[in-house]
Ligand binder design. Structure first.
Ligand SMILES: Nc1nc2c(c(=O)[nH]1)N[C@H]1C(S)=C(S)[C@@H](COP(=O)(O)OP(=O)(O)OC[C@H]3O[C@@H](n4cnc5c(N)ncnc54)[C@H](O)[C@@H]3O)O[C@H]1N2
Ligand code: MOO
Length: 390
């Protein structure tokens, strides 16, 4: 059996960064910027007032000084003339600062009478002017790769970019296998359960930037699995769920092999998730996940999410781990890396009591996967351990 790190390296070797596509800025949230973007203008493009008030010459400012208001400058409607000695321009936030002016006095600091103003005592000392280009200069770069957040979208819009080049979303085909499965909303027979893994994995993969297609459930028969693999054509990554173990009805490896899957590995020293397989199937990468619901979700987090990030051009790196103190002791770990469902409490991390890989309710309660290294000795309360945010 190979280690988790060795499996991850083998999985990275199955994928490459995908090409880019141009999308409207309004649809770019969460996408990965594929190439650097340079600002097409200065922002602001002119020195601008930061407040509502009066623009005048700074060297004339003192308590009791009087000025004649000669014009108005508003956002979108600047004043073309110049401000001379003893003159002021009524100005509003965002308006271009008129020529000759070097300070804005906020309106709270003046007394206005007709076309004249007098400066009050205790003037706000700030100039209230935003210099041209103080936010960004023409040619300044937003660098790729980068997952676009709301603030990035706002900055790109301000740079006057209407469309943006992003990495194409990886397309993942998800195939649940098993005679016992029906879709949510169907009426299960007495021996049947609901296919939950495809839905959990679709959500997980899409939260990492993939586009996931749920294919019809494949039955535990060779022609049914062949049909499912056929329907997966065109996907960048084909993921099967279940049928990966050693039972008489576990046919995924056999059928994938007959259909040309070049196997990279089978079985990883981890818990849950041991009977994991992967390889190349034509142009696509193929990963066969174990069927137990928690095993499938943990493998999704530990293996599929990093593969998606690599395809998005974000680099081939394992999911970053955080650290926390233990709020309860742990027994020694065995020969497989153990991903334990755990809760983050104010006192620290607490592993859930029940760790059976069928228990989705325990997974949904958990907010962390506590990582126990191979043969980790017993741990006491207060020791620092690693975990994945879940
Ligand atoms: N003799 C052995 N038996 C098993 C071993 C072993 O080493 N020797 N490994 C165990 C481990 S660990 C796992 S994990 C499972 C993996 O088995 P499969 O990948 O073949 O999965 P299935 O048998 O098809 O299903 C297991 C379990 O999960 C349920 N399931 C399957 N697909 C879904 C789905 N899409 N949604 C919800 N639930 C699903 C299925 O009904 C079974 O209950 O093998 C152990 N056995
Ligand atoms: O690996 Mo199985 O995935 O332990 O339940």
């Amino acid at each position: 059996m190979i280690t988790v790190d060795e499996a991850l390296e083998a999985l990275f070797a199955l994928v490459t960064a995908l090409p880019s596509e141009e999308v409207p800025l309004a649809e770019a949230l969460g996408r990965v910027l594929a190439s650097d973007v340079a600002a097409r203008r200065d922002q602001p493009p002119f020195a601008a007032s930061a407040m509502d008030g009066y623009a005048l010459r700074n060297d004339e400012v003192r308590h009791g000084a009087r000025f004649e208001v000669i014009a108005e400058a508003a956002a979108g409607h600047g004043f073309d003339g110049a401000v001379g000695a003893g003159q002021a321009v009524r100005i509003f936030t965002g308006a271009p600062l008129p020529k000759g002016a070097s300070r804005v006095i906020i309106q709270e600091d003046v007394t206005r009478k007709g076309d004249g103003i007098t400066l009050n005592e205790d003037l706000d000392p700030k100039p209230h002017i935003r210099p041209k280009g103080c936010d960004f200069r023409i040619g300044e770069v937003m660098s790729a790769p980068r997952i676009l957040r709301p603030a990035d979208i706002a900055l790109l819009a301000s740079m006057n970019c209407a469309t943006v080049s992003v990495t194409r979303r990886p397309v993942v085909a998800l195939i649940s296998t098993g005679d016992e499965l029906v879709m949510p909303g169907d009426s299960p027979g007495p021996d049947q359960i609901i296919a939950s893994n495809t839905f959990g994995l679709k959500a997980l993969l899409e939260s990492h930037g993939a586009k996931a297609r749920i294919l019809p459930i494949a039955r535990d028969r060779i022609p049914s699995l062949e049909t499912a693999f056929g329907l997966a054509a065109g996907a960048d990554l084909v993921v099967t769920i279940g049928g990966a173990s050693v039972g008489d009805h576990d046919l995924v490896g056999q059928v994938a092999g007959q259909m040309g899957m070049d196997r990279a590995f089978y079985k990883v020293a981890m818990r849950p998730g041991k009977p994991l397989m992967a390889g190349r199937m034509g142009a696509a990468a193929m990963v066969g996940l174990p069927g137990n619901p928690v095993s499938a979700m943990v493998c999704g987090q530990v293996f599929l999410a990093p593969m998606i990030r690599a395809m998005l051009g974000l680099g081939a790196r394992r999911t970053s781990r955080l650290t926390a103190r233990l709020a309860a002791p742990l027994p020694p770990n065995g020969p497989r890396e153990h991903y334990m469902r755990a809760r983050l409490t104010p006192e620290g991390l607490v592993a859930e009591g029940r760790q059976d890989s069928s228990l989705l309710s325990v997974l949904a309660e958990a907010d962390a996967l506590l990582v126990r290294p191979v043969n980790d000795p017993a741990r006491t309360t207060g020791e620092t351990v690693e975990y994945l945010d879940f």
